[in-house]
Design a protein around this ligand. Structure first.
Ligand SMILES: NC(=O)C1=CN([C@@H]2O[C@H](COP(=O)(O)OP(=O)(O)OC[C@H]3O[C@@H](n4cnc5c(N)ncnc54)[C@H](OP(=O)(O)O)[C@@H]3O)[C@@H](O)[C@H]2O)C=CC1
Ligand SMILES: O=C(O)[C@@H]1CCC=N1
Length: 257
């Protein structure tokens, strides 16, 4: 996710020659330096020199990372966390008083500048700090400001969301193959159907139920398929899946790695 954000900043034409990246593995560090022209330094040096820090480690590694950099941080700096589950309070309790914290939930379509990020301010965060985090994430897609209490639900919907969509795509391609289509044909049909349907949702602003009804001819093929999805409780399965993701996000905040 960190590299996705970095590559987006480069594509957006933002200056990255002054950007410091904390990366421990030497091989990976040289790869990032060569690919993006950024300087790879220690986490402590990045924390001491940067005005804004983006923390993109796994939630389970966040406590150790904060312990490592806390003494290098100073009031007025901005810490932007992209980690699932980790609350602004968790970070604020581990950094000096007056460090501004913003919690972000991004998603991987940021790689093609179609990301969806939700941002929430911590308790010492000014409008300028929040606007800075917003501008960072706007380099790679849309940004919504939300209250932090909604972050676990957002993580379940848009953070993990691309995985559910890819799962549906995989399933439809497999079904096409099962029905006798060549894999490449099935794949092209499904991907273009997905992109076209997404574009219809965004460009028409029409409710998805209406769009679905427009495809569903009386006693036709779509009605036959949708009946099977109802019989197999696919809608209930989506609800249960997203509740599980929301609960997992909450558990990560409580340190249940
Ligand atoms: N993937 C996604 O779709 C999304 C991810 N996120 C969040 O982004 C964060 C990263 O996730 P993801 O990119 O999937 O995970 P990855 O494991 O791919 O990336 C985490 C990176 O952090 C590095 N790292 C770990 N500890 C340190 C440290 N102390 N100093 C410097 N670097 C360190 C790891 O290096 P190494 O490999 O050497 O250990 C690794 O490159 C998570 O908190 C996740 O919740 C949020 C939304 C979407
Ligand atoms: O699976 C995860 O925990 C991360 C957070 C949201 C998407 N990927």
């Amino acid at each position: 996710m960190g590299e996705t954000l970095l590559s987006g900043l480069v594509r957006a034409g933002r200056r990255v020659d002054h950007l410091l990246v904390g990366e421990k593995r030497a091989e990976r560090a040289s790869e990032l330096e060569e690919r993006y022209g950024v300087a790879v330094v220690s986490n402590v040096e990045a924390a001491r020199k940067a005005d804004t820090l983006a923390l993109v480690v796994k939630p389970q590694d966040m406590g150790d990372l904060l312990d490592e950099i806390a003494s290098a941080l100073r009031p007025g700096q901005l810490v932007v966390s992209l980690a699932a589950g980790i609350t602004t309070a968790f970070i604020e309790a581990r950094v000096p008083e007056g460090v501004a914290v913003v919690r972000v939930m991004p998603n991987t379509p940021a790689l093609v500048d179609e990301g969806m990020a939700a941002i929430s301010p911590g308790s010492h965060c000014s409008e300028d700090h929040l606007a800075e985090a917003e501008a960072l994430m706007a380099s790679v897609g849309k940004v919504l400001r939300i209250p932090e209490r909604q972050q676990d639900a957002v993580t379940a919907i848009s953070g993990s969301g691309p995985a559910y969509i890819f799962y549906v795509v995989e399933s439809m391609i497999e079904a096409g193959v099962h029905l006798g289509l060549p894999r490449s044909t099935a794949s092209e049909l499904v991907i273009q159907t997905l992109v076209g349907s997404g574009k219809m949702l965004r460009e028409t602003g029409t409710h998805p139920t209406v769009l679905r009804e427009q495809v569903t001819s009386p006693a036709g093929t779509t009605a036959a398929a949708l009946r099977e999805l109802e019989v197999h409780k696919v809608r209930a399965a989506f609800l249960a899946a997203m509740e599980a993701a929301r609960d997992r996000s909450r558990a990560l905040a409580e340190g249940n790695g």
